[in-house]
Design a protein around this ligand. Structure first.
Ligand code: NAP
Length: 272
């Protein structure tokens, strides 16, 4: 029985164990997947421990994705993005980033073309880095708006985009084809709106990578007649790519999506 897991802090509410367990079952793998609380500063010990115990692979989440660059051997993509979300023990201890690919696949599946489009990414954290790098590489004109403008400027400089503060959204949103919320705003009930919904219009695609609930942003986008996409399929596709890295096999995205939606529904009913 191979053990896989996700390390992070906090980690109790991760949907990855349900999603990956469903995939392993469909794939007929003798494997299990668990969530482990690993605090900042402890990643090296935890990764070496997992390797020593024969783990099959790991996912990493907040706040460990950047620290991992100093702990594992990052591949070119993880290095270019500046964050690792997947660790493989197949050859040494290698680090990968599947968030950008997951987001891109989800957008394409929702019918959004990327090349030549004006993409506004709100946020400049780990997930925004993966999105900005991937979409800019695929020919989008990327603008980054972030609460901390300095962090937006750093990311925009890295991917050849433009940087803005959140106070400039009123001007930026109407001229954007794809608007992506890559902040954590919207994860909790009662969170403020990340932007004024009146700015949205038909013909735009609004992608909120938050996946644990329907956010006010997506409700506003639907009211405005814009296309909407939540974070579930990005979660599924980044997880499917991690499985491909660990096992060399295609993962069953349908079963993974079903498991995530079932876990979310149970959570909404207060059962998990
Ligand atoms: P992170 O590195 O901690 O970055 C958080 C971002 O949110 C930063 O840009 C931060 O701005 C901004 N932010 C936080 N609180 C804010 C507020 N009150 N007002 C405005 N901006 C605020 O986190 P991350 O890893 O990028 O994750 C961000 C979100 O993406 C989370 O909700 C996470 O669950 C989700 N996510 C989804 C997937 C998926 O597969 N669907 C994958 C990865 C992440 P500052 O720089 O100014 O602090």
């Amino acid at each position: 029985m191979k053990i896989y897991g996700i390390f992070g802090d906090p980690i109790g509410h991760s949907l990855s164990p349900a999603m990956h367990s469903a995939a392993f079952e469909v794939m007929g793998l003798e494997a299990c997947y668990h969530a482990f609380l690993v605090q900042k500063g402890s990643l090296r010990d935890a990764v070496l421990g997992a390797k020593a115990m024969g783990f099959g692979g790991l996912n990493l989440t907040i706040p460990l994705k950047e620290e991992a660059l100093r702990v594992v051997q990052p591949d070119d993509l993880a290095l270019a993005i500046g964050a690792v979300n997947t660790v493989s023990f197949c050859h040494g201890i290698s680090g990968h980033n599947t968030d950008g690919l997951g987001a891109k696949k989800a957008l394409e599946e929702a019918g959004a073309a990327i090349r030549g489009r004006r993409v506004l990414i709100i946020g400049a954290g780990g997930a925004a880095r993966a999105l900005a790098y991937t979409l800019a590489r695929d020919g989008a004109y990327v603008s980054i708006a972030n609460r901390s403008r300095a962090r937006a400027a750093d990311l925009a400089g890295h991917v050849g985009g433009s940087a803005f503060g959140l106070d400039e959204l009123e001007r930026l949103v109407p001229g954007s084809d794809i608007i992506i919320n890559a902040t954590s705003v919207g994860m909790k009930d009662g969170d403020p709106r990340v932007l004024d919904g009146e700015l949205l219009r038909r013909g735009q695609m609004v992608f909120d990578i938050v996946y644990n609930r329907e956010t006010e942003l997506l409700k506003d986008a639907a009211r405005a007649g814009a296309g909407t996409l939540d974070g579930v399929m990005m979660l599924v596709y980044q997880g499917a790519e991690a499985i491909r890295i660990w096992t060399g096999r295609d993962a069953p995205a349908d079963a993974m999506e079903q498991a995530v939606r079932k876990a979310l529904a149970a959570r909404a009913r207060g059962q998990a």
